[in-house]
Design a protein around this ligand. Structure first.
Ligand code: ATP
Ligand code: MG
Length: 569
């Protein structure tokens, strides 16, 4: 029954015979791509040094690096090259040079331990690794384990001969490449971009070890065209289309190794004609200062930064009036937090995006027709995206019934690299099984919670995200997380980890009465408005910080482990 299948607006099919650099850097007569609009506007600004990079320079550095990579290592079709680095001004050229040669780019986080790196190398063994000096020691431990030679390592951040001995150097390679034989990328056949892998992108590892998602060149081009069509950036006179204007400036502190930064910041922003201010290390006060200094117009956030904007006292000291647009994604943003954020950024278009690494970052976004996205909603389906909601009994849900979301569209990835079993279980007849419990209402997707994280109290489901959103409205609470703890009678009970506002945090350590009062106040804050099975009957525990991964998601598995280590604290 077609009424049970939701779909976004129609989409003119994106090209399936172009690689990522052909589409993003070269432009094309058949497809009005953005590079032509970028002439005169920097694509990137290095937040630390202020260095500006124009499109012409990105093209040139990509071209030279491709020549050098071909010459030294003969990188060819299917060669895996891994980048392990914080955000870096040459991240793009590294990616696109590898793509030009037909290689596959695996991106990994700079904070991974050597054992985590070994896990990834065993899934996808790189031929070459681009490394930032911050990560060199863990990379060397990992390469020793898997037997990869040091002459396969390129340092990305040590200019000239200043780097550690024995390693090649990105700057030197790019310099050499200008006088090496010119490599020319071959044209793809029709449809070839659909099967050719562009990226091996790690999932966030929220529910377990990181999965490695194989993303095609077509997936990347498709998601950018889907987002651009949604935001009507190629229709300058359409209502609302001025939300993304040439010369606008976006934050770029989200890590480029994760799909959100890689696709939405690096590729989408450049395509949309914006300037991306690349920040290697996130620090909240520097972030505020950067908004003021660079007259940032577009914020790309994850919820923890939204919370900081609402609660951090430093916010008042900075001029944030340049900001016009703010999207928050990767984890839920509650309705109340959205409203608090609006008090800080009153004139801003504000809403959420929802997506997964497996969908190249985005399934839904708040639309141009809304100044503020529907409160609590993860947005509306992008053009060319289809969705169905499957109830526990296997039948399709009617709006607004709840069930597991399945998604189809040009942005749905090829599968998990080198893992047929997991691919078969998750990518089913062209549909991606998201693992997220959702419902639809008037075109909006509401993400309730990951199915894996739902707490089951006497057979009733409690979504941690719902309680967390509510707890954050308590004036004493700075941050929080909710998990389920085992209970003989109820099966599971909700329990809250609470980070108190700084001045209270020290006071509770010395004042038992205050701690008890706060605990019962917090319990009551929930009990006053939520039905009984949602009460914090599993306890309220004060802690110093909530563990999150870099994409801003609460690592509830670490909280559960913490509880097993010291059950009575
Ligand atoms: P892993 O799959 O390794 O456990 P992960 O699922 O967190 O980690 P990502 O691909 O980065 O890795 O995140 C996708 C998930 O993030 C979605 O499945 C969803 O649960 C959550 N998510 C993303 N955007 C939103 C949003 N706007 N609201 C609620 N949840 C969101
Ligand atoms: Mg996931």
């Amino acid at each position: 029954d077609m009424t049970l299948i939701h779909s976004g607006p129609t989409l003119v099919p994106p090209p399936d015979d172009l690689t990522v650099p052909q589409f993003f850097l070269d432009g094309s007569s058949r497809h009005v791509t953005q590079p032509e609009r970028l002439v005169g506007t920097p694509c990137l600004i290095d937040d630390d040094s202020g260095q500006k990079v124009m499109l012409e320079e990105l093209r040139e550095r990509t071209r030279c690096l491709a020549n050098a990579l071909k010459f030294h290592w003969n990188i060819g079709e299917g060669t895996i090259v891994t980048i392990i680095s914080p955000n870096h001004i040459d991240y793009g050229p590294c990616v696109w040079a590898i793509h030009r040669l037909g290689g596959i780019v695996a991106t990994l986080g700079p904070m991974l331990t050597s054992w985590e790196l070994v896990h990834h190398f065993k899934i996808a063994m790189p031929s070459i690794i681009f490394v930032h000096s911050d990560c060199l020691s863990s990379v060397l431990q990992a390469t020793a384990v898997v037997g990869l030679q040091a002459d396969r390592i390129v340092m990305v951040d040590t200019p000239g001969s200043s780097g550690p001995r024995g390693f090649r150097n990105l700057d030197v390679l790019i310099h050499e490449g200008s006088s090496l034989p010119q490599f020319t990328e071959r044209a793809l056949t029709q449809g070839e971009a659909k099967s050719r892998i562009a990226f091996l992108a790690p999932s966030s590892g929220t529910t377990g070890t990181q999965k490695v998602v194989a993303i095609s060149h077509f997936n990347v081009i498709s998601i950018v065209i889907q987002s651009a069509t949604f935001n009507r950036i190629n229709e300058p006179y359409a209502p609302g289309a001025d939300r993304f204007r040439r010369g606008d400036i976006s934050t770029g502190f989200l890590p480029l190794y994760h799909i959100y930064g890689l696709v939405y910041n690096l590729h989408y922003m450049i395509y949309a004609g914006l300037t991306l201010v690349l920040t290697p290390k996130f620090n909240f006060e520097n972030f505020l200062a950067s908004i003021e200094r660079n007259r940032i117009t577009h914020l790309t956030l994850v919820p923890p930064q939204a919370v900081l904007l609402c609660k951090h006292p430093a916010v008042k000291r900075y001029d944030l009036s340049s900001v016009r647009y703010c999207i928050v994604a990767a984890a839920p943003l509650s309705a109340t937090l959205t409203q608090e954020l609006l008090e800080i950024l009153p004139n801003v278009h504000l809403g959420q995006g929802y997506g997964l690494t497996e969908t190249c970052g985005t399934v839904g976004m708040f639309p141009l027709t809304q100044k503020i996205g529907t409160l609590g909603s993860g947005g509306q389906l992008l053009p060319g995206t289809f969705a169905k909601v499957v109830k526990p009994d296997g039948t399709l849900a009617k709006e607004p019934e709840v069930g597991e979301l399945y998604v189809k569209g040009g942005q749905v990835a090829l599968g998990y690299y080198d893992n047929e079993q997991a691919t078969k279980e998750t990518f089913i007849d062209g549909w991606l099984k998201t693992g997220d419990q959702v419902y639809f209402q008037n075109g909006d997707i509401f993400v309730i919670e990951r199915i894996k994280e739902l707490i089951k109290v006497k057979g009733l489901q409690v979504a941690p995200a719902e309680l967390e959103g509510h707890l954050l409205t308590h004036p004493s609470i700075f941050d929080c997380a909710v998990i389920g703890v085992a209970d003989e009678y109820s099966g599971e009970l909700p329990m809250a980890f609470i980070v108190l506002q700084p001045e209270l945090a020290t006071a509770v350590n010395t004042n038992v009465h205050l701690a008890n009062d706060l605990r019962s106040g917090i319990f009551k804050h929930v009990a006053d408005v939520k039905s009984r099975h949602k009460w914090l009957a599993g306890g309220v525990r004060f802690t110093n910080a909530i563990p999150r991964n870099p994409s801003g998601k609460i690592l509830r598995r670490l909280l559960r482990a913490q509880l097993n280590d010291s059950p009575s604290a």
